[in-house]
Design a protein around this ligand. Structure first.
Ligand code: GDP
Ligand code: ZN
Length: 459
């Protein structure tokens, strides 16, 4: 049993309109009541009510902060415990003073990282995939990855896994009937039926695993190199992307300025930019270093943005880069189209597919939408979202899905080589347990209890 009460600042520390301290545990309401002066007596307050008042230091009688306090009583709270949220003014000073005061008497302790989520899991409020999604949510580096994580935290992946397990339980029930009640006139369990059901489950697992590649891209970002000769506009492009992202990222806790410069999104597509320092330096450092740096960066890249200056004829250095990049995932950006065109676009288009050549003016903020469209076509077949936004992106989930798939394949193989049905049953049961591990329940459950609570043998 969890006995103690924990607190932490749950909004990003820094600037912002408000900051929120979350307190969770059996003493949450009573402990906060000791510091809260208000017309309402929160110790008696109903769940899900908001109260205006002041945080007062009981020793000095000094008013520390003006706040809004929300009472959420368990189990209808994030952690399933009594939760109090205190909304203070934004800024580091105000929120820290309130938190220090709450922790001073020792009845509330500072929460460890992830502890609220852990409690929600331990208290049965959320399952493991949901808990992991919350962690991803906090770490997610783009708004798209954020919404995928959010969906997962709402349980879409759990639902699919539960449906799969349900199908396997039904199959196991049929097998069980065949083993234990052979004298009953139960529809005989044919090996063909096992093969069909296991095959269906494999197909469903394959569909989930197929989203893993996209899920990984969405979580980790497309590793992207911006290359080009000096002065074509690489730094300007980087700046344009960074500017667009500052607004999105500042809301997400745990992101720093460095992260913004490395991870950024273009219309929701997360990009992980290689060697941004190199791109920035080329303007003021010896120019040819830029090209050399580019050469090493592009070996690691999933996506290469080759920037050319459309207001100049092609330069031998441009041709050298194009040569080097043939066969790689390249989008060519013909930049500076606001100036009179001097570059022979047909030569570029003879080396790269026409739909991978984008005309752009970073100066006038033109062409970024088109670039976005090209990247979506390259990496997501034009559609960014899988139909319902269920992405498997967690390595543990991917591993378990692969294991469950293998167990089902083993079951199918076993039926084909005439192995007794109670041996086949073990493989199916293993798959069921492996899927159960994804959502954090399995081994302890009694399979037979499950079967007989769900199915009526008389029918
Ligand atoms: P880098 O050396 O490739 O990083 O190029 P920079 O981004 O430093 O840009 C070199 C120069 O080109 C700067 O003076 C930019 O302002 C200018 N520049 C960048 N993009 C454009 C554009 O789309 N149009 C015009 N006219 N100038 C641009
Ligand atoms: Zn530059």
């Amino acid at each position: 049993m969890i006995q103690d009460t924990i607190a932490a600042i749950s909004t990003a520390v820094g600037e912002g309109g408000i900051a929120v301290i979350r307190v969770s545990g059996p003493d949450a309401v009573d402990a906060c009541a000791r510091y809260f002066r208000s017309k309402s007596n929160i110790a008696e307050a109903d769940s899900h009510t908001v109260h205006y008042g002041h945080i007062v230091d009981p020793r000095s009688g000094e008013t520390v902060e003006e706040i809004l306090l929300t009472v959420m009583r368990g189990p209808r709270s994030f952690t399933a415990e009594d939760v109090v949220e205190l909304s203070t003014h934004g800024g580091v000073v105000a929120v820290k003073r309130v938190l220090e005061l709450l922790l001073r008497a020792g009845e509330i302790r500072l929460a460890e990282p992830g502890e609220f989520t852990k409690r929600a899991f331990l208290n049965g409020r959320i399952d493991l995939t949901q808990a992991e999604a919350v962690i991803d949510l906090i770490r997610s580096k783009s708004d798209r990855a954020f919404s995928v994580a959010l969906k997962q935290s709402e349980g879409t992946l759990s639902k699919k896994v539960k449906a799969l397990r349900h199908g396997l339980i039904e199959l196991l029930a049929h097998i069980e009937v065949n083993i234990d009640y052979p004298e009953h006139d139960v529809e005989s369990m044919t090996n063909a039926y096992i093969r069909e059901r296991c095959g269906d489950a494999c197909g469903e697992i394959d569909r989930l695993l197929k989203t893993a590649a996209e899920g990984k891209i969405l979580r980790e970002g497309i590793v992207t190199a911006i290359v080009g000769r000096p002065n074509v506009g690489k730094s300007s492009l980087l700046n344009a992307l960074v500017q667009e992202n500052k607004a999105i990222v500042t809301d997400i806790p745990g992101t720093t300025r460095d992260v913004i410069e490395e991870y950024m999104t273009l219309g929701g597509i997360p990009l992980r930019l290689l060697d941004t320092a190199g791109i920035r330096e080329t303007a003021d450092v010896v120019e040819r270093i830029g090209v050399e740096r580019s050469r090493t960066a592009l070996e690691e890249a999933d996506l290469i943005l080759l920037v050319l200056n459309a207001s100049e004829p092609l330069h031998p250095g441009d041709r050298e880069l194009m040569e080097q990049l043939s066969g790689r995932p390249v989008v060519v950006l013909l930049n500076k189209t606001d100036l009179p065109a001097k570059l022979d676009a047909s030569e570029v288009e003879s080396r790269f597919p026409a739909d991978a050549v984008v005309r752009m003016s970073v100066l006038n903020e033109q062409g970024l939408d088109e670039l976005e469209g090209v990247i979506k076509r390259m990496f997501f077949g034009g559609e960014l979202e899988s139909a319902d936004l269920t992405y498997v992106s967690n390595v543990r989930h991917i591993a378990l899905l692969n294991q469950a798939r293998q167990s089902l394949v083993d079951a199918i193989d076993a039926t084909e080589s005439g192995i007794p049905i109670d041996i086949v049953q073990i493989d199916v049961r293993t798959a069921w347990e492996q899927l159960g591990e994804m959502i954090g329940d399995s081994v302890a459950e009694s399979l037979i209890d499950q079967i007989f609570s769900q199915f009526c043998l008389g029918k």
